[in-house]
Design a protein around this ligand. Structure first.
Ligand code: FAD
Length: 514
């Protein structure tokens, strides 16, 4: 086949949320231009049912679609289903696996990220990234009696919980172990689950269903307005040193029984404060004569030695060894930069992403980046941080297109408003969860205060205050507070005089600030 050399003004790489949004926005801005979208996957990801919930909060669903659907919606978008194998930035040209070359005036790289596996090349270690890997997970799960999940971010959380809000492609896979009763050992390096999103109190609120009856009884009927101050500051500082987000004060901990060692449900066992030390295949393990532990079904009984043979054994840093059918590595992601680095001197962030400035430009001329592949290197607003989520992939893709359009017309534009405040809405354990600003007091040092209100099974409200200003909030359940709190964080009003009234359930806070 003869190599084709196409020449276009705008080329976007990646058919995920960032790339598709970027291509769509360019297509709208330049109806006379052909926009080239080059992607390695046979389907593209589309944003559907988009809803602007408030100024910054947005809700949408993600759907996989054949690329023809996108081409039909935007006749000036042409999708090329082939991976980029090389970028020659000096020639302004990309080379694709199908042997073709595409010359660009402006390029946006949106190749996403891939799961960071705790070990490469081991067939018993799975990472979940896309439909293919989710299907592989499902296939393995149908035969599994016990699996181990390693990691404590969003993916691990969603693997463990009931997944009604999961993207359809992952949903079936995750439901199965609930149905088939597969044992799950969940190994996390922190002392509480979901460290990326929650402090220990929120985690406890969310997982009360997973816990023993004893703890259930302890958190029943609790409605608290709680301020961390005075002597409790010590506790907070300690928590910071442990890097587990903000502590909630001794009263709160006492009420919730945050022992943080082992929690039990019928088929989920959590090993906290540990990492994977070594993985052994069955044969290798047999020779070593080490003793694996049986699944700890009852915390009051001592754990016994496992007599069963497993395909793979995992030794944790706390000394415990468990056998299982396979492991799911959910320990974060690595930006997909590899094919673009060959021969190109990109500046990279600490997390390995392509550094981008406030116009989404990488360090190389005419090359932009958006979504999971990039590392935001502008001076951020004090209440925004980058997190590799759908919302930010969409916002970055949209804004990158705006920047590319402006630059090609010789203009520059102001940073988009969506980067003023970190805002994410999701569902965990069937509760609506809204995260705003520095919701976990990220980077605020020790001079911040927390205020809490919690009604078991109904709502959990936490606000992070600094110098009388609201810096962040976690809202779980139907609290109806998101818009008011979003405004309070954005306008940085001095709230010192309101004290605990801020969370008083008998005060209609919205009226207060109208
Ligand atoms: P991606 O969606 O990864 O898309 C990258 C695209 O680039 C793909 O089309 C790929 O084929 C293409 N590509 C890669 N390399 C090349 C190449 N060399 N040449 C051409 N094309 C290439 N976020 C949420 O907000 N909520 C959730 O509930 C949620 N759940 C998640 C569950 C899982 C299992 C995972 C893995 C992530 C989840 N995330 C979630 C994170 C979210 O999926 C990502 O932040 C988001 O998809 C990033 O979008 P992106 O467009 O940057 O990259």
């Amino acid at each position: 086949m003869e190599a084709v050399r196409s020449v276009g003004t705008f080329v976007v790489v990646g058919g995920g949320i960032a790339g598709v949004t970027c291509a769509e926005q360019l297509a709208v801005n330049f109806p006379e231009e052909d926009i080239l979208l080059v992607t390695a996957s046979p389907v593209i990801k589309a944003v559907t049912n988009f809803k602007q919930v408030s100024k910054v909060l947005e809700e949408f669903e993600v759907e996989e679609q054949p690329s023809i659907v996108l081409e039909n919606r935007f006749p000036n978008i042409k999708v090329i289903e082939s991976g980029v194998k090389q970028l020659k930035s000096e020639e302004h040209c990309i080379y694709t696996e199908d042997g073709h070359q595409h010359v660009y005036k402006k390029l946006c790289l949106c190749a996403g990220a891939k799961p960071k596996l705790i070990c490469e090349g081991n067939p018993y270690v799975l990472g979940i990234r896309d439909t293919d890997s989710a299907q592989e997970f499902q296939k393995q799960l149908t035969k599994a009696k016990r699996i181990m999940i390693v990691g404590n971010g969003g993916i691990a959380l969603e693997l463990v919980e009931h997944p009604p809000h999961w993207a359809p492609e992952y949903r079936v896979a995750v439901l199965r172990y609930e149905i088939e009763g597969c044992e799950v050992i969940w190994a996390i390096k922190d002392k509480a689950i979901g460290n990326t999103f929650f402090d220990a109190g929120a985690a406890e609120f969310l997982t009360s269903k997973l816990m023993s009856e004893k703890s259930e009884a302890k958190i029943a009927h609790r409605r608290t307005i709680y301020t961390v101050e005075g002597a409790e500051r010590e506790n907070r500082t300690k928590a910071k040193a442990d890097n587990v987000g903000s502590a909630l004060g001794p009263d709160w901990h006492g009420g919730l029984d945050l022992k943080g060692t082992e929690e039990f449900s019928h088929n989920i066992h959590i090993e906290t404060r540990c990492e994977v030390k070594k993985i052994y295949l069955q044969e290798e393990f047999r020779i070593m004569k080490k003793k694996p532990l049986a699944f700890p079904k009852d915390q009051h009984k001592s754990v016994t030695v496992d007599k069963e043979m497993w395909p793979v054994y995992v030794e944790l840093t706390n000394g415990k060894i468990y056998g299982c059918d396979f492991l799911v590595s959910a320990t974060g992601v690595t930006p997909n930069v590899y094919p673009f680095l060959l021969g190109n001197n990109f500046d990279l962030g600490e997390d390995g992403g392509l550094k981008v400035d406030d116009q989404m430009r990488t360090s190389l001329p005419d090359i932009y980046a958006a979504g999971d592949i990039c590392t935001a290197c502008w001076q951020p607003s004090p209440v925004w941080q980058q997190m590799r989520l759908w919302t930010q992939a969409r916002q970055m893709g949209w804004y990158a297109a705006k920047c590319m359009a402006a630059a090609s017309l010789g203009h520059s534009i102001d940073m988009d408003f969506s980067f003023e405040l970190f805002a994410h809405v999701t569902k965990f354990f069937n509760y609506k969860v809204v995260l705003l600003g520095k919701y976990n007091a990220q980077g605020l040092g020790s001079d911040h205060e927390l205020m809490l209100r919690c009604t078991k099974g109904q709502e959990y409200v936490k606000v992070v205050m600094q110098n009388g200003r609201m810096m962040g909030a976690v809202l779980i359940g139907e609290t109806d507070l998101e818009e008011t709190f979003e405004n309070l964080i954005l306008n940085q009003m001095d709230l010192s005089s309101y004290g605990e009234d801020l969370l008083d359930p008998n005060i209609d806070i919205e009226d207060y600030f109208d």
